[in-house]
Structures are given as C-alpha cells and as structure tokens.
Design a protein around this ligand. Structure first.
Ligand code: ADP
Ligand code: MG
Ligand code: MG
Length: 492
C-alpha cells in the first residue's frame, strides 16, 4: 500500500457522498448520545432538546508509533502528578502565596491559602486524579517524521472521555455502513484503535468509592450552572450506576452552600443527608466558578471532609502551567521520578517543548525576541486564556511587572501542514453538509491515579483517548469554547 501522506488527507468526496455521510453522522450522533445542550441562555432547568456535538466526518491520521508512545508515557505521568500533589514543599514554592505564583495570581492564591489552612501535619488525604495529557504532532524538519509534543497536563475536569468514545464509535459505524465509499486504502478497521474511555474513567471513580468503604455513600459531581456539556458527564453517571451500582448526586457550588455539611467528629461529608464517598469536580477550575468568598468556603468544606476529592486542591495546583514549566528545569523531573529509568525519563523529556518563566527580565526579553514562535500561558484552564505570537510584545508592554510571575512562555508546536477534514457543526438551519477545512488535531490520553492516605502506594492506570480537531487558523482548541470538533484516530 502507498505510504501515508498527511497533506493528502482527507480523501476527496463527491457532493452526494458528503451529503450521505453528513446525514449518517448527525443521525448516529443524535441517536447515540453524542450530544450537547443547545446554546440558549438561561439553560432551562429541565432540558427538552439537544444538538449533536461538533464532529469530524473522517478520523484523523496519527502515527501508530506516536500513539503507542503517548499511551506508554501516561503511567509515568500519573505517578509524577500524584507525587507532585503530595509534595507540599514543592507546591508551596511554585504555587504558594508567599513566594510562588499564588502571590500574584489571586485565584491560585485563594486555593493555596485555603488548602494551607486545612493541612494537618503528617496527614496526607486520599485523593483521586482523572487526568488528561494533551499532545500535538510536531512536524519534523527536512522530511524527518513528526514527533509527539505535550501541550499540557490536565488534573481537573478533564472532559470529553465519553463523547470521544462515541465519536470513535461513529467513525467505525460510518466505515461499517459505507466503507467510506472506498475513497482511501488507509481506511481499514484495524487502523481504528478501540476506545473504552468511559469504562476506564469510571473504574477510577469506583476505585475511590471503594476505598472510602461506606457502601451506601454516593459520588458527588460538582457541576456548573448552565453547563452545555452535560451528556459527557451523564455517561459517567450511567456507567457508575449500571456497572458499579453507585449513585451520583449533581450539585452546583450554590446548591452545596446550602446542602453540604461535614461532621465535626468523623469529617463525613453529607449532602442533603446522604454521605458522599468521592467529590468529582466538573466545576471549580476557573475563577468565575467562585464569584464570592462563600464559593471558596464551599470548596474548602469539601476539601476538609473525609470524602475523596477528584481533584484535591494540591492536585489541582499541580496541574498549573507553572508546574509544567518548572518540571523542565534541570533535575526537577529526576527528583520526582527517582525510581524511573533514565531511558523513560529521556522519552518523557523528549515530548516537551521549551518553556521558561517570565519572573526575570531575561525571560521577558527572550519572549519578546522569539514572540513569533511562542505562546504565553497564565494559570488558567478551559481555553481562551493564552496569548500568541504577534500579540505577545504588546501584551508584555501592558503586563504589570508584578504579574509576570503568573505567566509562562512556551515554544509553539508546529503540526504537519496541509491535513484537512470535513467538520460538522449543528447549525440552527439544520441540513448543512460538512465543510472541508485545513485542520490541526490534538490527542488527549486519559489516566487516573488514587493516592495519599495512610500506608498506600499510588494505584494508577492509563484508560483511553480523545481527539479534538480545530481549523488550522485558530490558535486555540477547545470543543466547549467552540473552536474544535470531536474526532477520532486513524493509525498510520
Ligand atoms: P487550556 O488549559 O486552557 O486548555 P492549553 O495549554 O491546552 O490551555 O492551550 C489551549 C490551546 O492552545 C491548546 O488546545 C492548543 O490548541 C493551543 N496551544 C497551547 N500550547 C501550544 C503550543 N505550545 N503550541 C501550539 N499550540 C498550543
Ligand atoms: Mg488544553
Ligand atoms: Mg487545561
């Protein structure tokens, strides 16, 4: 078979084929829960309609060897971030409000201070991480093959596991139903890797629930009011119930302010009279989730309880972009991974782009000089917060020197040119064919880790994957923010 050429993807479809695939895609998505709530404000309390999630018609090509590498790295990342979350001194230095980022970033400072006030010497709470490590392909120079480069590591609200599983199922279905009209010899069923992410993530939640060992307890999902990505969350809920007989309560911080309490003696967390084993945050990652001091107090109440927090505050702080940058400094990674082979550490390091802080004038100067090849990132999640390329010098001019510490500079990953796909977004008019655009695809690998508590090691697992694809000319990705569509993999 001919060698795969990225710039020749996707294969060409006739109008009639595209129309058929569009109809197959939207109807499959609508009937298999690959869904979003429509963009209406305010969201009705009880929704009665949904739209299909934004989708790609073809899976996106990804070198098989780099997919294996990304999966192989995940266990080491699970362990690394668990250890960072348990290293109080490291987090104080990097993210704390005395010397670290928390000094200049109010959101980080609030979380850190709340956590510091709750710490008990010699005690390490049991905590759960549901992680997602994100990567882009980085084009090789002079005909060299592309390499795998990490964008970021998420430790809170790592979303789209269940919807990515359903997108992979959609692409398998399109193949089964149409063979994609035999438009490419590369589209073969053995090149569609399995995706069982829902089961994997739910096993992590169930492991935490079991460790809490109060059988009739429930898992609390902390959610945002007006969330549109509810089906991705519900699929986790259904699987917890069906496979593990674990019930879920969904509440916002506002609801919890009234309903949640912690027993002063046992520290059991109760929500509306029901004990909670595990608190799974799909909110709380952005300052707008904490409009008042009372919202932080609710977060600290949950943190103070004996429920297993996913994530704990230190684990959320460990996911900061500043931590990602500090890990690139000589010796830091080695200190956390003393029991990992030099070859594995080298493999991990090779997946990183250059990063540095802006705390010193030299870092700022370097960022100005290299602006065209850089992105600047603050300590925020959820997309839409970064500053790119030509916007960097102006941004640095306006940034008060005291706030520089809250930002990092990162070299831009340069994906292979010319790859396209047909993207499909639910329009208010309905019945629109997918449109062909040049794209960039971001791979996410999911993993979980259960750690902390007395006499426990780190239990961890790599559990699945996600692809989000965006138009090439958009700097940012992010399905929730409207920049990307859900996609799956074609291994090449
Ligand atoms: P967030 O936590 O808000 O998702 P990210 O670090 O993932 O922040 O950045 C958002 C998006 O910006 C990414 O999904 C990616 O599309 C783009 N991006 C981030 N870092 C880089 C980079 N080094 N090179 C190229 N694109 C990047
Ligand atoms: Mg991201
Ligand atoms: Mg993120």
């Amino acid at each position: 078979m001919s060698k795969f050429v990225f710039s020749e993807w996707p294969p060409t479809l006739s109008e009639a084929q595209l129309e058929a695939l569009t109809l197959y895609s939207t109807t499959y998505a609508l009937s298999h829960g690959l869904l979003y709530l429509p963009a209406v404000k305010p969201q009705p309390l009880i929704p009665n309609s949904s739209i299909h999630a934004p989708l790609s018609v073809f899976p996106s090509p990804f070198p098989s060897r780099l997919f294996s590498l990304a999966r192989r790295l995940q266990s080491t990342y699970n362990i690394l971030y668990a250890r960072i979350a348990m290293d109080v001194e490291f987090l104080d230095n990097v993210m704390g409000a005395i010397d670290g980022v928390g000094k200049v970033d109010d959101f980080v400072g609030q979380l850190w201070t709340g956590w510091k006030n709750l710490r008990v010497d010699g005690e390490m709470p049991l905590q759960l991480g549901l992680f997602r490590s994100d990567y882009l392909l980085h084009a090789g120079s002079d005909g060299e093959p592309p390499s795998l480069k990490q964008v970021e590591f998420n430790t809170i609200s790592s979303s789209f596991g269940p919807l990515s599983e359903r997108t992979a199922a959609l692409h398998r279905y399109l193949y089964a139903a149409t063979s994609y009209y035999n438009v490419s010899p590369h589209i073969k069923i053995e090149n569609f890797p399995p995706n069982n992410t829902t089961t994997g993530l739910v096993e992590g939640l169930a492991a935490a629930h079991a460790a809490h060992s109060v059988k009739e307890a429930k898992i609390l999902f902390v959610v945002q009011a007006g969330e549109r990505n509810v089906f991705d969350q519900r699929w986790l809920e259904y699987e917890l119930l069906e496979k593990h007989s674990i019930r879920v309560i969904r509440q916002t911080f506002d609801q919890l302010a009234v309903s949640a309490s912690v027993d002063p003696t046992t520290r059991a967390l109760s929500v509306g009279g029901t004990e909670i084993s595990t608190v799974y945050f799909r909110a709380g990652y952005t300052p707008t989730d904490y409009p008042t001091a009372a919202h932080y107090e609710t977060r600290f109440l949950l943190e103070r309880s004996n429920a297993i927090n996913c994530p704990s505050i230190p684990l959320q702080l460990a996911g900061g972009k500043k931590v990602q940058q500090v890990l690139t400094q000589p010796g830091v990674l080695e200190r956390f991974l003393h029991d990992v082979s030099a070859a594995q550490i080298a493999e991990l390091r090779a997946s990183w782009m250059g990063m540095w802080g802006l705390d010193e004038e030299a870092g700022v100067q370097k960022a100005r000089n290299m602006a065209q090849r850089l992105v600047l990132k603050p300590q925020r999640e959820g997309g839409g917060n970064n500053v790119y390329k030509e916007a960097i010098p102006v941004f640095l001019d306006a940034l008060p020197p005291l706030e520089r510490q809250a930002w990092i500079a990162m070299e831009l990953i340069v994906p292979p040119e010319g790859t396209g796909n047909y993207l499909l977004r639910a329009g208010s008019e309905g019945a629109q064919n997918a449109v062909r655009v040049d794209v960039v695809s971001e791979l996410g690998i999911f993993g979980w880790a259960l750690f902390g508590g007395p006499n426990r090691g780190i239990e961890e697992k790599e559990v699945g994957w996600l692809v989000r694809t965006k138009g090439k000319d958009s700097n940012e990705g992010g399905v929730a923010t409207g920049f990307s569509v859900l996609d799956s993999l074609l291994l090449v």
